[in-house]
Design a protein around this ligand. Structure first.
Ligand SMILES: [Fe+2]
Ligand SMILES: [Fe+2]
Length: 291
């Protein structure tokens, strides 16, 4: 792992987009392809964001006053703003998920307990390295989703829009925590070790959160749907398999989050996935929500 040849990527302006999705229109507890496991997997991700992303912010804030690079400091501010908005929008949709029959509070409480009793007691170095690792995994998932929109076929619209929006901002700020770590700590060997641990922990947590939600719904037993979930996630062309290559790149000597580009995905989102009615700052939003 190393810094890129130049810091051009730090010229990218990172700013939260103020979205407001019409979540009230979600209809079905199996809102993803009529499959309880696929739906609960996405609901579990959503339920974990408010507590998880707050920990990411805190782990970066611990080092904020040691960052000397003004361009990076500006991006840190944007990163904090974006993650704050993600947590806010996910907190809103989590209420809707509860209305459909999920118990998202159980996931949030379980994660918060881990953060309060274990993570917050760990060193600042560990917490930042874990955030860098989680941000890399989030970014490669986000890139996969934007490049493979068919992966979310069958997902109800406001929830799908939420995930595309979240994904584009994860791409946008994908290098921020990495650059902070390299500037204030720079211990690449340690980071590689924490990444291996983090990918294991994150997979365990994602599975745990999905099963908490499924077992607390009335639909927990459905072998056919479970089989479809497994092939969606782990089968040929499934997300997990496709993430192996970009995951491994993290350990290459020349790795940097922008090493393989990604700016084109921000444009793709604006062109293919964004509609002004999703954004409070746009006149179209005001028109669509007036009266
Ligand atoms: Fe986020
Ligand atoms: Fe992020």
């Amino acid at each position: 792992m190393a810094q890129p040849q130049n810091n051009d990527h730090q010229k990218l302006v990172i700013k939260p987009r103020h979205m407001d999705f019409p979540f009230g229109s979600l209809k079905n507890i199996k809102f993803f392809d009529d499959n309880i496991y696929k739906s609960a997997f996405m609901a579990g991700l959503s339920a974990s964001f408010p507590a998880g992303e707050t920990e990411f912010l805190n782990s970066v804030k611990n080092y904020r006053d040691q960052i000397k690079n003004p361009a990076l400091l500006k991006q840190v501010k944007g990163f904090i703003g974006q993650e704050g908005h993600h947590s806010h929008q996910h907190a809103l949709v989590n209420k809707e998920l509860d209305r459909l029959g999920y118990k998202t509070k159980k996931v949030e409480d379980a994660l918060q307990k881990v953060i309060d009793t274990r993570v917050s007691k760990l060193t600042h170095k560990f917490r930042l390295a874990h955030t860098v690792s989680a941000e890399h995994i989030t970014a490669i998932m986000a890139e996969y989703l934007i490049n493979n929109p068919q992966y979310m076929d069958g997902l109800e619209t406001p929830f799908k829009d939420l995930f595309f929006w979240h994904a584009v901002e994860e791409v946008e700020h994908k290098s921020v925590c990495f650059d902070v770590y390299m500037e204030v700590i720079g211990d690449e060997k340690y980071l590689a070790k924490i990444m291996k641990l983090s990918v294991f922990l994150i997979q365990m947590r994602l599975a745990k959160h999905m099963f908490i939600l499924v077992f607390n719904s009335k639909h927990w037993w459905n072998l056919k749907e479970f089989g479809r979930f497994v092939s969606w996630m782990f089968g040929k062309g499934g997300m997990w398999r496709s993430l192996r290559k970009p995951y491994k790149e993290f350990f290459e000597g020349s790795f940097h989050p922008w090493g393989n580009g990604g700016l084109e995905l921000i444009e793709k989102w604006s062109k293919d996935y964004y509609r002004p009615e999703q954004n409070k700052a746009s006149p179209e939003y005001a028109a669509a929500h007036s009266g």
